[in-house]
Design a protein around this ligand. Structure first.
Ligand code: F6R
Length: 266
């Protein structure tokens, strides 16, 4: 796992957006796995800025979102469908027919979740999966105890997640109790994962994910088994990492290598 520690949340957003923009530039028909939540908002803003500045084309990009609340229709102010339109899709030339967010209004969850998995497979799999992390260590809505081999399915939210997301709904009572979420196994099949985390409230979860054991109690820890994960965090989110000095040394070494490669001795 590559751990990149940035000074602040703005720099995390910039780095994250650059990774996504680099992929779309080199592969215009890339398949992106996308996330919602407070952390990714600035990353999407930065991506929009880069894309406009460079005229980046998103018309062939396909996207699959991680999750959606059960019982919220597409236009509900807190649905992830709406979040994606407002924070990303409406601002660039995405083909909305190629942008899938799980349907929280489906009546047949099992068949729908199988269909969603099948759509990912038919698209050729996810090239880059963007992720945030919950305070309870979840990725997508894979709450503690989720199978590390799980696929897209219905999941009950923990009280911690409900309380964290109450800020968007006005009160904890208004937060749906269930969500459709990609599984940990689905996420592990993506070719590359990019996780962003900022702020001291994420420090314990980030510490457990990177340096703790692989356990279903911290589903993000399953990313230790993935061969290509980039974690971009700010100094506060990095504060529980015992080896943070080492991760910074690795980045410095990487930078000097890149510089040497770019500027051959004259
Ligand atoms: C959202 C998602 C969640 C969030 C996580 C962090 O699609 O899958 O796992 O990434 O809950 O949310 P924020 O960024 O609001 O702290």
């Amino acid at each position: 796992m590559r751990v990149i520690i940035q000074p602040d949340a703005g720099a995390v957003a910039e780095k994250g957006a650059k990774v996504i923009a680099d992929l779309v530039r080199s592969k215009p028909n890339a398949v992106l796995g996308l996330a919602t939540g407070g952390t990714v908002v600035r990353c999407y803003e930065e991506l929009i800025r880069i894309a406009r500045a460079e005229n980046l084309d998103f018309s062939q990009v396909r996207t699959f979102n991680l999750d959606e609340y059960v019982g919220l229709d597409d236009d509900h102010s807190q649905s992830y469908h709406r979040f994606m339109r407002e924070h990303l899709f409406n601002h660039l030339n995405f083909n909305l027919d190629h942008c899938l967010v799980p349907d929280g209004m489906t009546q047949d969850y099992e068949a729908y979740c199988d269909w969603y998995e099948d759509q990912i497979r038919r698209a050729g799999g996810i090239d880059l999966q963007l992720l945030g992390i919950g305070r309870d260590g979840h990725i997508a809505f894979n709450e503690p105890g989720s199978s590390l081999g799980s696929r897209t399915r219905l999941k009950t939210l923990t009280q911690e997640t409900i309380e964290d997301n109450a800020r968007f709904f006005g009160s904890a009572d208004a937060v749906p109790r269930l969500a459709i979420t990609m599984g940990v196994g689905t996420i592990l099949e993506s070719r590359r994962c990019l996780m962003l985390a900022t702020g001291s409230s994420k420090a314990a979860a980030v510490g457990a994910m990177v340096e703790g054991p692989v356990t279903a109690q911290v589903t993000a820890s399953a990313l230790q088994l993935h061969r290509d994960v980039t974690l971009v965090i700010d100094a506060e989110a990095a504060s529980w990492l015992r080896r943070r000095m080492y991760y910074q040394q690795v980045e410095e070494a990487e930078r000097s290598l890149t510089t040497t490669r770019r500027e051959p001795a004259r």
